[in-house]
Write a protein that binds this ligand. Sequence first.
Ligand code: PMP
Length: 464
Amino acid sequence: PDSDILNYNVDAMIDGDRDHLWHHIKPHRCFQAQEQMIIVKGQGLTVTDIRGREYLDATSGGVWCVNVGYGRESIANAVAAQMKQMAYYAGSVGTIPSIKLSGKLLELLPGMGKVYYSNSGSEANEKSYKIIRQATTIDPQRKGKYKILYRDRDYHGTTIAVLASSGQAERKKDFGPFPEGFVQVPHCLCYRCPFAKTYPGCDIQCARAIENIILEQGPDTVGGLILEPITAGGGIIVPVDEYFPVVQDICRKYGVFLVIDEVVAGFGRTGAFFGHQHFDVAPDMITLAKGMASAYEPISATVVKQPIYDLFLNDPADPESRMHFFRDISTYGGCAGAMAASLENIRIIEEENLTENSRVMGGYLLDRMRELLDHPKVGDVRGKGLFLGVELVADKTSKAPAGEVQVGAVVDAIKAEGVLVGRTNSSLPGLNTTLYYAPALVINKEEADRMVDATRKGIEAAFG
Ligand code: PMP
């Protein structure tokens, strides 16, 4: 055996989990109250906990990232082979996997020109902000255009600058003050239209409002707009077809870089290879993470159009210097094993037609989930591809949100049926009331049926 890393003692792990590990985004009190689930194994869509219980994971690892499913030996082999050959060199130098992966990504993203690596979704987005900000010093036409617009309900990451651009108020409430220059625009969730309109016939006011905000702020001050193509944590929001063309026209009119955050929606999740490819839009920058290596390794990227890269060839602020470059670095943006994982992950998605399976099985799952609309507490069922939300309400007519405790009880009851689902955050305080489904793209009909059946039972158990 190469290593004893896979060996463990059950009791020691349970004690260690309670005593040593600081879990992400979980109330501290629950550790004293009850033993927490510890995952020890994964295969396909199924994970096994330390007590030997098996669950069908509808969340691809909790946060929608294990797109190709668990147990992919070929990814492990690709990573091992690359690590043995050459584990790491800084991103200031090319390596075989970084060159191959960039070529592959640009093939998948026609119209884009260069790929810049880092290692989390937060960083990939932060790089796009740094590009927007540095562009104000190197392009005289962009002087002063430092503000970045973000959308209510969208989420772009956890570090302070990207958190400043979070449309989920409860995520940022404890962490101010934030850097200045981030401005919120309305969301586009029709079920809870911010303008109380009904589509069609609304003139896509949510998109047109962005122009008014740019005018209020001063077009000379606004440099970028970041959007999720299909919003994840804010409630699984699919814009109507007319949305993106309107947004893009506004961005072009005012010289605002359009950044599309594909961190969740990318790599087949929504039934297209990238989420924005459902719509008529050509972004200036695209950020990638999560499904990029199906979280077998951490890796992310900021992909830009060639003219944005070319801006950095000239630095009028520093004409005598040879230092013309994007002044940024990321140590682990050079991890060759992570790039090998990404290349093999993309090969699997293509060879197994997983984007098509996401489209077809996603359509099936959405149709079946819509059967739940007959329940008085199911307000809305929405999604695209294998990316679905089931919004729970206290009352269908008023759309008053379901109680948080009850939604927690639904999630627990679905788990008791052997299925792991998640619940979203949103910008309205206390509204964590949309169940989400983002299973691995290899899902079959029987697994989809189990998710629907478990959800119905869970809702009935919690609400009666
Ligand atoms: N963008 C979106 C749309 C996300 O959902 C997330 C994380 N859930 C991020 C960015 C941040 O990614 P990370 O956690 O890898 O920093």
